[in-house]
Design a protein around this ligand. Structure first.
Ligand SMILES: *Cc1c(COP(=O)(O)O)cnc(C)c1O
Length: 400
């Protein structure tokens, strides 16, 4: 990084996201290759909540992914982007009754999360045995203490085998002639994102599978993987961890489902903003206002650092002691970063933020300045607008 010139993107209107299709495809191909090199069968379900840009969803489909959705709205969006129900993995507590029945009866992979879904199973049309999955509750402190956040890293999700709830759910499903329990879902994200955690959570699932003598088709290990960082685990390391745990338990025939979000999207998006004003308020501080906001690339306001490049226009730049780079909103704390003893920044300079595709476009509020446009870029250096910026008319259209 760091070799970008301002002229590379001079034809782009700021603020904007840049979706690097080549990088997106590379990530998917690399994960596919890592999984293929092992003996198990696999599915990659692209986590829609991580970045639901329709253009990216269609590309994920073209590159061979299924769509992993966690609400009625995401289910419908995936459908509109060309995913048949057979290409959808439906998770989470926010399924609607209608889409739940449709998904199960049309052959989607549906992992049950709530007790109301267990009741809904009775409403499935007669005359067929439907496959369903069940989410198993995972307490990371019990499954892999080294990866836990404290000594009771419990979860709101799934049915627990530490209480009677998993057992009760399994009994209810086996007493219903219309359904067959075909899979378990064990998604949890750890801070360490370590392959060790997956090895252990699969090990835990394997014990549960044996305990209840389950005859499953798949194990859905969820998301939570690192992407591009060189000193971090690779897709091959994760695939090896799955393989070890499956093999040790004689479960090589199980299909593995993964649901990566962050690992595929983070490095596939950049954000470009432009300096629109500079001012001094005291002898020390030079405030720089840009047309991008922290809301665009750090909607939780928690990041402490960005993989950024400052793209200077031509001209001689003296060293400036202290510059604060701020966003375009009216929030006093919409401040992105500070530069100490760096070349002076001027109006028209641009800032390129790399690695900002995960949990950004889906989490940005419609605050003050509506969603920015998105360009796609590819290795061939083609650029095209794949989502225009939102405007006031779009908002008025919601009025009823
Ligand atoms: C959020 C989520 C994912 C994606 O997680 P990443 O950390 O972005 O890879 C996958 N599966 C489920 C069920 C999720 O809730």
């Amino acid at each position: 990084m760091g070799k970008t010139k301002i002229s590379d993107y001079s034809d782009l209107k700021t603020p904007c996201f840049l979706f690097d299709e080549t990088e997106f495809q590379r990530g998917i191909r690399e994960f596919q290759a890592a999984l293929k090199s092992r003996s198990f069968d696999y599915i990659i379900g692209y986590s829609v909540k991580t970045c639901s840009l329709p253009y990216a969803l269609r590309k994920a489909r073209d590159f061979g992914c299924m769509a992993e959705v966690v609400s009625r709205d995401e289910y419908q969006l995936a459908t509109l982007c060309g995913f048949n129900p057979q290409k959808i993995i439906y998770n989470g507590p926010m399924k609607s009754y209608e889409t739940f029945i449709e998904a199960v009866s049309q052959g989607a992979i549906v992992n049950i999360e709530t007790k109301r879904e267990l009741k809904w199973l009775d409403e499935l049309p007669d005359g067929q045995v439907y496959k369903i999955g069940l989410r198993l509750n995972i307490n990371i402190s019990h499954v892999s203490p080294e990866d836990a956040d404290g000594d009771d890293d419990n979860s709101r999700f799934g049915f627990s085998d530490e209480t009677d709830e998993f057992c009760d759910a399994v009994k209810l499903i086996s007493s219903n002639p219309k359904v067959h329990l075909a899979g378990l879902h064990i998604h949890r994200t750890t801070h360490s994102r370590s392959p060790r955690f997956y090895e252990r959570s699969i090990e835990y699932a394997a014990q549960v599978i044996k305990k209840y003598d389950l005859k499953l088709d798949y194990l859905d290990v969820g998301g939570g993987y690192f992407g591009i960082f060189h000193n971090k685990p690779t897709f091959r390391d994760y695939a090896e961890a799955f393989n070890q745990a499956l093999h040790r338990n004689g479960l090589d025939q199980l299909q593995i489902i993964i649901e990566p979000g962050n690992a595929l999207t983070a490095s596939s998006f950049k954000f470009l903003s432009e300096v629109i004003d500079v001012k001094r308020v005291d002898s020390k501080t030079r405030f720089v206002t840009t047309d991008g906001s922290r809301n665009d690339i750090d909607p939780f306001f928690r990041k402490t650092n960005y993989l950024k490049e400052i793209l200077y226009k031509e001209g001689n730049r003296p060293i400036e002691p202290f510059q604060v780079i701020g966003g375009c909103s009216c929030l006093e704390y919409d401040r992105l970063f500070t530069l100490v003893d760096s070349p002076l920044i001027n109006i028209g300079d641009r800032i390129l933020y790399n690695n900002v595709g995960a949990y950004t476009l889906t989490l940005s509020p419609l605050f003050i300045r509506l969603w920015p446009r998105v360009y796609s870029i590819s290795r061939e250096r083609d650029k095209k607008v794949v989502r225009r910026e939102l405007n006031a008319s779009d908002i008025i259209n919601f009025d009823s």
